[in-house]
Ligand binder design. Structure first.
Ligand code: TRP
Length: 397
């Protein structure tokens, strides 16, 4: 079986380091592993509109920004098709058919949608499009016959729902769709990187993000202002590592070689953590180390982004080509889906034959027989009549 990747992001803002450790880094690793036959990376503008219907301009402005972020982290357009969701209208049609296989109560149970509804204060006025986006996401994934979806932990309920739709579709209409697997980052800290304020999630609306496109001074300022352990007031106080975002970021970003380079008094992160927990290690020192680590990681990304910023017409071409390939693939799957559902009327010759037979005036079977026998006997009957008419019995014999 072909190994195929599909994944994507909503273009509601530039991508941040949470996206990077949670999924982008993994995508680049997979892309370069040579283990995948096809890779599709989608800018999910249609999904972004499900909760930004009144602000399409925001979505529009971020299409190229997200594309630049992809190219900056190392997504290679020679290996991966980067495309725009709304340029592939087949996805909408697939969603419409899948909607018949999902109940309202099942959608209501999706924990990610539930949390988002609360977070956006949608409770009493949920747009239908937003409510059903897990279905559209199943269309995104299955249209490309994706086997692997590298994504963050918050996408787990989406994948679960997608697999249910695949099972249901295949059970009702026959084996057609491919079942995908989510691929989460193996490093626990990367599953959900907290904001610099220590809140559970990095999010644009909370203003607690470090963006991939941030300048070095901004990154430094953000790191030096990061929330730590609120009870770690003096350097000599013992500090807490769990729930301390500076350490979560170090878990996500630091490697042993960073210690040799920037903090040679410690061998590794465990030693640093132990010292912090014992007391005697100040926040400023660990923040400075984190800053050095993150600057090292983000510098090449920012540089590559700036190079691509000078070549925007090429970026648009990449999106155009990617979208054309994506549409072809999705159209082939849609044709299979229509065939399985037997709604492929113009390519299904049997439908016409069947209907012609059914619409002929019905002739009862018995009548047919009687008619045939009469037709066969007709010459004889003619002769009898002629003979009777002529009163010459011997003519009969
Ligand atoms: N829901 C994803 C996000 O919030 C974007 C997305 C849309 C996606 N369709 C997808 C991700 C399919 C993975 C697979 O950014």
């Amino acid at each position: 079986m072909k190994q195929i990747i599909l994944t994507g992001d909503r273009p509601t803002g530039r991508l941040h380091v949470g996206h990077y450790v949670g999924s982008l880094k993994e995508r680049v690793r997979l892309q370069n592993s040579g283990k995948f036959d096809e890779i599709y990376i989608m800018i999910a503008d249609a999904q972004a509109l499900t909760d930004n219907a009144d602000n399409p301009e925001k979505v529009r402005q971020n299409i190229l920004q997200v594309a630049l972020d992809y190219l900056a982290v190392g997504i290679d357009p020679a290996k991966a098709h980067i495309f725009i969701q709304s340029m592939v209208p087949e996805l909408t049609e697939l969603s419409f058919y899948y909607m018949n296989l999902v109940t309202v109560s099942r959608l209501q149970r999706n924990p990610t949608v539930k949390a988002e509804i609360q977070q956006k204060n949608f409770e009493t006025s949920i747009p239908v499009g937003f409510f059903t986006y897990p279905i559209s996401q199943a269309a995104d994934i299955t249209a490309f016959r994706a086997t692997t979806v590298p994504a963050g932990e918050d996408q787990m309920p989406m994948l679960e729902q997608c697999r249910e739709i695949v099972h249901k579709f295949n059970a009702v209409y026959g084996e057609t769709l491919t079942e995908p697997e989510i691929l989460l980052p193996s490093n626990h800290a990367c599953l959900r990187l907290p904001g610099i304020d220590g809140k559970a999630k990095m999010s644009k609306s909370l203003g607690n993000c470090i963006y991939l496109s941030d300048e070095p001074e901004d990154i430094k300022k953000k790191i030096m202002s990061m929330y730590t352990d609120p009870n770690h007031l003096r350097v000599q106080d013992p500090g807490k590592v769990e729930g301390n975002p500076v350490f979560t970021y170090l878990d996500a970003f630091s490697r042993p070689e960073h210690f040799a380079e920037f903090l040679p008094e410690y061998q590794n992160l465990d030693e640093l953590k132990a010292h912090y927990q014992r007391g005697g290690l100040g926040d400023v020192k660990i923040k400075k180390f984190l800053n050095a680590v993150m600057q090292a990681e983000l510098e090449p990304i920012r540089t590559r982004r700036k190079e691509w910023e000078q070549r925007l017409p090429e970026v648009v071409e990449i999106l155009k080509e990617g979208s054309a390939v994506a549409e072809q693939t999705a159209a082939a799957t849609l044709a299979d889906v229509r065939k399985s559902m037997r709604i492929d009327y113009f390519t299904d010759n049997n439908l016409l034959k069947q209907q012609i037979v059914e619409t002929k005036p019905p002739v009862p079977m018995r009548l047919c027989w009687v008619q045939a026998v009469f037709a066969w006997l007709q010459p004889l009957v003619d002769k009898i009549q002629a003979a009777i008419g002529g009163c010459q019995l011997e003519n009969l014999l």
